[in-house]
Design a protein around this ligand. Structure first.
Ligand code: ATP
Length: 367
């Protein structure tokens, strides 16, 4: 395997062929199964996947709290197996924040710098700078058991950023916050990342959070990385059913493969109508294909369209309406339409409906 860091100098952290097995014999569990990711410098990189897929295990391995059964973790191309956690230029923000409740905000942020033996003349200005960054300078003297969840989150961040780590690991740091504060902190975190230029490796099971914050996302399932790409890639060009299903809402169709030309496929829907489709990387040509179409890339029409069916449900969401359809060929299809102020979507439960798929909307999956 060619080291990715040798090809691209801007790789900060690389996990190469990581296997992590917990336990022995028949009860052994493969928490990570040949995982490889290369995280670039200054990148906001997210590990996204459902509970138990191995995100935290991978993060703990980068931090040095866990050792791989096979494979290596490299920092700027160097294997860091021999470096204990405290010697790695990597810091972690835990879900629980782990602040010292009896210390002030200021003391919490200073603590790590004191532990590292930084000269006290440097510590004061650095703490002040960090508290400004997270907008907590006014509460510097407050004990951390007397601040809100969102404020505690900021202090935990300031503390982790203070020693200027090369890489900051964040394990679901926003999950304890309510919806509105979480949305605010998502924007704040993104701002801090771009202001400091530190590589962020962020763990979440929340697909919306991953899409709004990340430069790139690795989608994980059952100990494997299924796809790595920009939010746009992951949402618009999912490679596998799991990725398409886990991120946003989507429609799956079974189609016959007619042919591939110039990197585009032509597929025949069960209605007999042929449409063009982009092809997921790694697709192995066969007679059948699974197609995905995002709900906002199709329209419900009174006449025409490439598919037909019956309206099963109409749900109003303020900005848009979801029209749930049962296809004549069998199976569900959901269309999401923007609402206009002057008229309803024009369909009611029980109506016959056509589905018009946008020209560039269909994608053939790998599996
Ligand atoms: P969550 O979002 O729930 O934290 P996760 O994706 O972070 O999940 P991990 O915590 O990495 O998942 O766990 C991956 C798998 O490894 C799980 O099945 C978990 O039970 C198992 N596991 C994790 N740590 C250990 C351990 N120390 N000993 C045994 N099994 C473990």
């Amino acid at each position: 395997l060619e080291p990715a860091a040798a090809q691209d100098k801007r790789i900060a952290i690389e996990a190469r062929g990581i296997v992590k097995q917990f336990g022995e014999g028949p009860s052994a569990l493969r928490a990570l199964d040949n995982v490889s990711v290369a995280i670039r410098e200054n990148e906001f990189f997210t590990l996204l996947g459902p509970s138990g897929c191995g995100k935290t295990t991978l993060l703990r391995m980068i931090a040095g709290f866990e050792y791989p059964t096979e494979g290596a973790i490299l920092l700027h191309g160097e294997d860091i197996a021999g470096l204990p956690p405290f010697k790695r230029p990597i810091n972690t923000v835990f879900q629980s924040y782990a602040l010292f409740p009896h210390l002030s905000v200021w003391e919490n942020v200073a603590f790590g710098l004191q532990m590292l033996g930084r000269p006290s003349a440097q510590i004061g200005p650095r703490v002040a700078e960090m508290l400004r960054l997270v907008h907590m300078e006014d509460l510097a003297q407050r004990r951390t058991d007397q601040i809100s969840g969102g404020q505690a989150q900021r202090v935990a961040l300031a503390r982790a950023l203070a020693p200027a780590p090369k890489v900051l690991l964040l394990d679901e740091p926003l999950s304890a916050l309510d919806y509105k504060l979480r949305k605010e902190m998502q924007i704040e975190l993104k701002r801090m990342q771009s202001e400091t230029g530190i590589t962020f490796v962020f763990v979440t099971h929340d697909q919306e959070e991953a899409l709004t914050m990340s430069d790139r996302i690795a989608v994980m399932s059952k100990g494997k990385v299924l796809q790595i790409g920009s939010p746009w890639d992951i949402y618009d060009k999912p490679a596998e059913r799991f990725v398409a299903d886990f991120i946003g809402e989507t429609n799956f169709l079974t189609a016959a493969m007619v042919g591939i030309e110039g990197g585009m496929a032509r597929v025949r829907l069960r209605s007999g109508i042929e449409i063009p489709a982009t092809i997921a990387e790694g697709y192995t040509p066969g007679a059948q294909a699974t197609i995905v179409v995002r709900p906002e890339h199709a329209r419900a029409v009174k006449t025409g369209g490439q598919l037909a069916g019956k309206v099963e449900n109409v749900v109003y969401f303020g900005t848009d309406t979801h029209i749930y359809i049962v296809l004549d060929e069998g199976g569900p299809f959901m269309v999401r339409q923007q609402n206009s102020r002057s008229q309803s979507c024009g369909f009611e439960v029980g109506d016959r409906v056509g589905i018009d798929i946008a020209a560039d909307a269909a994608q053939v999956l790998r599996d």
